[in-house]
Every structure is written in C-alpha cells, then in structure tokens.
Design a protein around this ligand. Structure first.
Ligand SMILES: [Zn+2]
Length: 301
C-alpha cells in the first residue's frame, strides 16, 4: 500500500494515479501538461478534491496549500527572472485549480482566523529549541549528539561574540559538526548570514582542521514564498563556496513535528545564474542532468 502525499488516501502499490485528487505517483505531480501549448491543463480530479462540498474554509485552504506544496516539491520554487529554469508559482496552482491567484494567496493567509481551530505552533524560538532538544532522538539524534555546554540541558550554545547557537551537534561517528538554526515565524535571507557566522565560529573554536562544519536552517511551512526565494538566492550563490547548508520546513501535527528538506535537491532551484558560475565540465554535466529532468517533468518536449 502507498499513500497519496496530497490527499492521504491509500492505494495499491501498482496504482499510477490517485483517483481522489489526481496525484500522479510516477511523476509525483498533479499537473497535466498540454505539451503542445506547454500549459497546465486544469485537473478535474484535483479541482473536485479541493472543491469537495462540506469542507470547512480551513480544510479547503489546507487542501489548496497541499496541492501547491506537492508541486513545489517536484518543480521547486520558481525564481523570478529565471524563465527557463524549472519552478512552480502560486499562479501555476491557481491555473491548475481554476482559481484566481488571490484565492490561492488567501489560502496561505488567514490560516489562523478560520474555524476557531487552534493551529499548534511554537510560541517562540526558545520553545522550539526546547522541543528539538526533548525530541532529539526522533529528529537528528540517530546520527548526531547535541554538544552540551556546561550543565545546561537546553542545548543552546553560547558562541562568544558570534552569539547563541540554537543547537550545536557533533556527528556520532564522523568528524562533522552541525549547526541548526531554528525560525519560528517569519524568516528571511538574514538567517543565512547568521548561520554562516556560527559556522565560522565553530570552525575556529571547536572544529579540528579536517572536521566538516555543516548547517541546517529550519523554517515554518507557512512562510511566504518571497522569503523562501530570498533565502534560496543567498544559498544558491554561496553554494559555490559552502555547499553543506540545507533548508528544511517544519510543520507541527499535534505534538509531533514533520521536517521536509526543501534545499538542496537534485532537480530543484537550479537556475541559469548558478550554472554560469560552474566550471565548464560541471556545466556540461549539469546541463545534461537538467535537460533530463526537464524531459521527465514534461515541461517541454
Ligand atoms: Zn490523492
């Protein structure tokens, strides 16, 4: 059995498409492309699923966001001014569902005000940090140990003039350090500078010469795309020098947390500016892969 990542219905392993919402298990997308016009054809299944009668406003908004997220997961966030790079925008979700862009935007706004349902979220970074320390075994704990300072149980790490690291961890087997930067509400590209500062501090004060220093930024799932794009621009550019930073989104479900890696990914977020800066050989290899990915996605033929 497999579960549809969009509507969570269960299907037999051989099913190719979710009859409920139209999710394509092979292509991992919901879109149906009209190849001739290179346009998204509206998908009736997914439209019906989002429009299902009797849904609360909040549930409907949730479904819209879920559809959008599945597409972004496959195509990546579309960076502005990178017209031929793969990527997905809210506009595309609007087209797919046959809604206006403002309807889609509204599904991302007002998440809290509808239905009096309490959306569980962390109060602040301290609470989030405590949650991560307490649930460490289920999150990063299989590979990493929290580097504790003094007798503090929280796991926060004072990094001298660099500030306070949310979580500093050391790999159980390898000579690797991990700095985790947690963001509860909104976040922008300044989080990248902050993380780099901590990475620099750990490199200088904690790591041996041959140790690797890595970073993870964890942002909320409902952060604005504009902010995600800012972070991605910064990460993509510094990737030439620092290629060991990941970006993850978190979502709280009851008392458990779900983490999704959104950067880097093989077929995501690779725009032309990034390609241009690679050495020629890498450029060629990259373009080959890029064209392969594009063909698989059917976004041009
Ligand atoms: Zn489905």
């Amino acid at each position: 059995m497999k579960q549809c990542p969009c509507c969570e219905s269960s299907f037999h392993d051989t099913s190719k498409i979710c009859d409920i919402c139209g999710y394509d298990f092979e292509k991992q997308v919901i879109a149906e492309y009209n190849y001739k016009e290179q346009k998204i054809a509206k998908n009736k299944n997914v439209q019906n699923w989002v429009r299902e009668s009797g849904l609360t406003k909040r549930k409907k908004a949730e479904r819209i966001r879920q559809v959008h997220k599945v597409q972004v997961g496959k195509y990546g966030v579309k960076l502005p001014k990178a017209p031929i790079a793969p990527g997905w925008r809210r506009k595309d979700t609007a087209e797919l569902l046959g809604y206006s862009t403002s309807t889609i935007d509204n599904a991302f706004k007002n998440i809290k005000v509808t239905d009096n349902v309490d959306i569980h979220t962390f109060k602040d970074e301290d609470e989030m940090q405590k949650y991560f320390s307490n649930n460490w075994d289920n999150l990063f704990g299989q590979e990493w140990d929290i580097e504790k300072q003094d007798a503090k149980l929280t796991g926060k790490y004072t990094a001298g003039e660099a500030g306070e690291i949310d979580i500093l961890a050391k790999h159980k087997d390898d000579q690797r350090w991990l700095i985790i930067e947690l963001k509860v509400k909104r976040s922008s590209d300044d989080v990248v500078g902050q993380l780099l500062r901590y990475m620099g501090w750990v490199r200088k004060h904690k790591a041996e010469e041959d140790n690797q220093v890595e970073g993870v930024i964890i942002i909320p799932e409902n952060i604005s795309e504009r902010d995600v794009i800012k972070i991605l621009y910064a990460l993509q550019f510094i990737r030439i020098f620092v290629n060991n930073i990941e970006l993850m989104e978190y979502k709280l479900e009851g008392s458990s947390i779900k983490l999704d890696k959104i950067y880097p990914s093989v077929d995501l977020y690779k725009d032309l500016n990034h390609i241009r800066q690679l050495p020629q050989k890498e450029q060629q290899a990259f373009l080959e892969e890029y064209i392969k990915v594009r063909k698989q996605h059917g976004s041009y033929r």
